[in-house]
Design a protein around this ligand. Structure first.
Ligand code: CP
Length: 327
């Protein structure tokens, strides 16, 4: 079972993973059968995802190796038919098809969007899909250009833990926040899909021109109907929300053409904004720029769930690896 997006899973598979992760949180992570090997291919930096993959693997009794592509292992070419006379020493078909997927039982891949390329070019999740195509073993998306399913799974776990009653009794304000440079959309895309699918009310809040991916919006609307509202005023979008989930992302127009964004510095989650919520519990996937995206008093305050979110990454990762290694 490869997981490139949570949309790959049926409702029953998704709920099973959430139940399993919650059980691991209560009872500990059980060992799978011995001699299992997990590989992490990191084309970009990571703290939580790498740590979660390693800790979850070892907790399950599997061995995990993580590779920084281009730093310690060869730079990988992903394009079919490429004339490899540049800086990439090895093709993914040779690295993954002919070697890694023969020695590992599962391969995790982190490959962000390349914001120096036009938005449309990133829609193909080229690197992730090249590895998945070359691999004979399951591939797990550890954040691609479009999606971050392991983060969304951990986020759902946290919401389930705190939000009593029906999901539709709770409003999550998924809000854009200022960042000095454009970032990928993957976290926001996956959060929107996961929260709408799980039945929460979602206020998607962002400045004009910062729309999420059109296909993601279509599916989110299909999940949510009138439970999804879009706001372009941060205060309006946060008012009354039980949860404020902040994340910055780049506008489609900023891909391949960075633009000044200083005029958006006011898009910060501070105490005054949090108090518009009810209670406005704060979530962010981390890493976060303090006092740019969120003020210290909010992220360190009594209604901050970021520590639980980060630690839930290990449980979510363990649940996924458990099902992949011992289905
Ligand atoms: N949230 C998240 O994916 O963190 P890292 O980038 O540190 O892995």
């Amino acid at each position: 079972m490869s997981i490139l997006t949570l949309e790959d899973l049926t409702d029953s598979e998704l709920n099973h993973l959430l139940d399993l992760a919650a059980r691991f949180g209560r009872e500990g992570i059980p060992a799978v059968r011995g001699g299992r090997f997990v590989c992490g291919l990191f084309f970009n930096p990571s703290l939580r995802t790498r740590t979660s993959l390693e800790v979850a693997s070892v907790s399950l009794g599997a061995h995990c190796t993580t590779h920084d592509v281009g730093a310690g292992v060869w730079k990988l070419e992903t394009r079919d038919g490429a004339v490899m006379d540049g800086d990439k020493a090895e093709h993914v078909r040779d690295a993954v098809e002919k070697f890694l997927s023969g020695v590992y039982d599962c391969i995790g891949v982190r490959a962000f969007a390349d914001l120096s390329l036009p938005y449309g070019t990133n829609l193909h999740d080229t690197v992730l899909r090249a590895v998945a195509t070359a691999s004979h073993v399951p591939v797990i998306n550890l954040e691609s250009a479009l999606f971050h399913p392991m983060q969304a799974l951990a986020d759902l776990l946290v919401l389930k833990n705190h939000c009593e009653g029906e999901p539709s009794d709770h409003t999550v304000a998924l809000t854009w926040a200022y960042h000095p440079r454009a970032l990928p959309m993957a976290v926001a895309n996956s959060a929107l899909l996961a929260f709408t699918r799980a039945g929460y009310r979602v206020n998607l809040v962002h400045p004009e021109g910062f729309d999420l991916d059109a296909e993601v919006m279509r599916v989110a609307r299909e999940h949510a109907g009138d439970r999804l509202a879009v706001h372009h005023d941060m205060n309006d979008g946060l008012r009354g929300a039980q949860v404020i989930y902040a994340k910055s992302w780049g506008a489609r127009s900023e891909y391949a053409a960075p633009v000044a964004r200083d005029h958006l510095k006011g898009w910060i989650v501070d105490k005054r904004r949090q108090e518009l919520g009810n209670p406005g519990a704060f979530m962010h996937c981390l890493p976060v720029r303090r006092n740019v995206v969120v003020t210290d008093d909010v992220i360190d305050g009594p209604h901050s769930w970021v520590a639980e979110q980060a630690r839930s990454r290990v449980l979510a990762q363990a649940a996924v690896l458990h099902e992949v290694l011992e289905p």
